[in-house]
Design a protein around this ligand. Structure first.
Ligand code: PMP
Length: 435
C-alpha cells in the first residue's frame, strides 16, 4: 500500500503552517531565489520564468545584478577578493575541500588548532573550540552543558538553534520578555527562592541564554545588566554573538566590547563565522575546563565532520585582518565603515518617517511593513529597481509586525546606500508605510 504523503510531512497543521507554506515556499521571487555569485555588495539573482509558482525553479538561464541589502556580509569579507580568497584557494590545494572526518577522529587539522587559538585571543577567553556549523554549535553544545535538574532562562526572541538546544538538553526552560531586565530578574528571583523551605536551591545550575544582536529586531542585549543579575543570583551566562562578533564594538570584538563588559564575566561565548567572516561554522569560547569538557562531550566534535580547511583559512585570514595583525589598518577601517553605514542608513530612514526597530549602532535595520500583504509587494517593488532585500512576516514576527530586514555591510558605498534610500523612500510612499 502506498503511504500517504500526509503521514510523513507535517501538512495542514493549522494557520501557521498554512501561512508559512504559502508565503515562504510558494512565492518564488521574494524567497528561495538562487543566486549565482558571491553574496557581496552586489549579487546575481537568478531569473525565473515569470509565471512559475511551482516547486521546480525554472529559470531563464539569465540573472540580474542586484544591490544586496540582505546578506550578513557585515565586514565585506564575503566579497571573496584579496588575501582571504588567495589563502582559501591555497588551502584547498593543500588540504582539499573537506576533512572527511570528525575532529575526534582524523578531522583535527593544524589549521583548526591555529584557528581555535586565534578565536580565544580575539574574543578574550582562555580557550575555544570550532564547529562546522553555527546552528549545530548551539543545538549540540547546549545539551552537553545542560540537563535535567538545570534551569535554562531564555530570551523570548532567541534564535531557533538556541531553542532547539534548550529543548534537546532536557533542562527546564523558562522564558523572559525580550531584552526586558525586569522580566529576567523576576524569573531569576523565582528560581532561587523556590525550594527554599529546605534551604536548598531548586536548580543544580541556572544558565541565562541571550544573543548579542537580535537578527530580526536589530536590538542589542543589555549585557552589563545581565552580568549584574547573573552575579546577584549566582547564575551563568551563554552569549550568542552570531550577529555581533566582528560587527559591534570599536575593534569588532562584539557586544562585550560595545558595552565595556569584561569577557571574563561571560561564561560561554558563542559565535558564528557565517556573518562578519564571510565563511561558515561556529565557535564556543570559555575557560579551559569547559572547552576540555566539550571537546569530549559535544556530539559536534565526535559525530560531525570538522570545519573544511579552506573555510578555516578564510576565517583565520579575515580575523587576522580585523585584529590588525596583518600590519594594515584594513580591519579597523571596515569596522568603522560598517558603523558609519549603519548609523547613516538608520538615520535617513527615520528622517523619511519609516518606523525602524533596533539599536542605533546595529548593522541590522528592520523597517516595519505592518501588514502581511505588503511583504511581497515591498520586495517586488525593490527588485524592479535591482535591489535585493530580505522580508519577513508571520510566523517569524507577529502578524502586524511584518518587516524588511536590512543588513548593512562595510562594502556598501555611500552612493549605493543613497540609491537604496531613494528607492525605499518611493516604495514607502507607494505602500503607505510611513508614520
Ligand atoms: N545563532 C544566531 C543568533 C543566528 O542568527 C544564526 C543564524 N543566522 C545561528 C546561530 C546559526 O548560525 P549558522 O547560520 O552559521 O548555522
Amino acid at each position: 500500500e502506498v503511504t500517504k504523503k500526509e503521514d510523513w510531512f507535517k501538512m495542514n497543521r493549522g494557520f501557521e503552517t498554512f501561512f508559512a507554506r504559502n508565503m515562504y515556499r510558494r512565492v518564488r521571487d521574494c524567497w528561495n531565489r538562487p543566486i549565482a555569485s558571491t553574496p557581496g555588495a552586489y549579487t546575481e539573482l537568478v531569473d525565473r520564468v515569470s509565471d512559475d509558482y511551482n516547486w521546480t525553479f525554472r529559470h531563464t538561464g539569465g540573472s540580474t545584478n542586484c544591490l544586496n541589502l540582505g546578506s550578513y556580509n557585515y565586514l565585506g569579507f564575503a566579497e571573496n577578493t584579496g588575501p582571504c580568497a588567495d589563502a582559501a584557494h591555497q588551502s584547498t590545494l593543500d588540504y582539499g575541500a573537506g576533512t572527511c572526518s570528525p575532529a575526534r577522529e582524523l578531522g583535527t587539522l593544524d589549521v583548526h588548532k591555529k584557528l581555535e587559538a586565534l578565536v580565544a585571543r580575539f574574543v578574550g577567553k582562555p580557550a575555544a573550540l570550532v564547529f562546522g556549523m553555527g546552528f549545530a554549535t548551539n543545538s549540540m553544545n547546549i545539551p552537553a552543558l545542560m540537563g535535567k535538574g538545570d534551569l535554562l532562562i531564555s530570551d523570548q526572541l532567541n534564535h531557533a538553534s538556541l531553542v532547539t538546544g534548550a529543548k534537546l538538553s532536557g533542562a527546564t526552560v523558562r522564558v523572559f520578555k525580550h531584552n526586558n531586565m525586569k522580566s529576567l530578574e523576576n524569573v531569576l528571583r523565582r528560581a532561587v527562592t523556590e525550594g527554599q523551605p529546605r534551604r536548598l536551591r531548586a536548580w543544580r545550575k541556572i544558565l541565562i541564554v541571550v544573543e548579542g544582536v537580535y537578527s530580526m529586531e536589530g536590538s542589542v542585549c543589555k549585557l552589563a545588566e545581565i552580568v549584574r543579575l547573573k552575579k546577584k543570583y549566582k547564575a551563568y551566562v551563554y552569549l550568542d554573538e552570531a550577529h555581533s562578533i566582528g560587527a559591534m564594538g570599536p575593534t569588532g570584538r562584539g557586544v562585550s566590547e560595545y558595552w565595556g563588559v569584561d569577557p571574563a564575566d561571560i561564561d560561554i561565548m558563542m559565535g558564528t563565522f557565517t556573518k562578519s567572516f564571510g565563511a561558515a561554522g561556529g565557535y564556543i569560547a570559555a575557560n579551559q575546563d569547559v572547552i576540555n569538557y566539550l571537546r569530549g562531550a559535544s556530539h559536534s566534535t565526535t559525530y560531525a565532520a570538522s570545519v573544511p580547511a579552506p573555510v578555516a583559512q578564510q576565517i583565520i585570514t579575515s580575523m587576522t585582518i580585523i585584529m590588525g595583525d596583518d600590519g594594515t589598518k584594513e580591519g579597523e577601517k571596515r569596522v568603522a565603515q560598517l558603523l558609519d553605514n549603519s548609523r547613516y542608513f538608520r538615520q535617513r530612514l527615520t528622517e523619511m518617517n519609516f518606523i525602524v526597530y533596533g539599536n542605533e549602532d546595529s548593522p541590522v535595520v528592520p523597517i516595519l511593513l505592518y501588514e502581511p500583504g505588503k511583504v511581497t509587494s515591498f520586495s517586488r517593488e525593490l527588485l524592479k529597481k535591482k535591489i535585493a532585500v530580505v522580508v519577513v512576516g508571520f510566523p517569524a514576527t507577529s502578524i502586524v509586525e511584518a518587516r524588511a530586514r536590512i543588513c548593512l555591510s562595510a562594502s556598501h558605498t555611500r552612493d549605493m546606500l543613497d540609491y537604496a534610500l531613494k528607492e525605499i523612500n518611493e516604495v514607502g510612499d507607494l505602500l503607505l508605510l510611513k508614520k
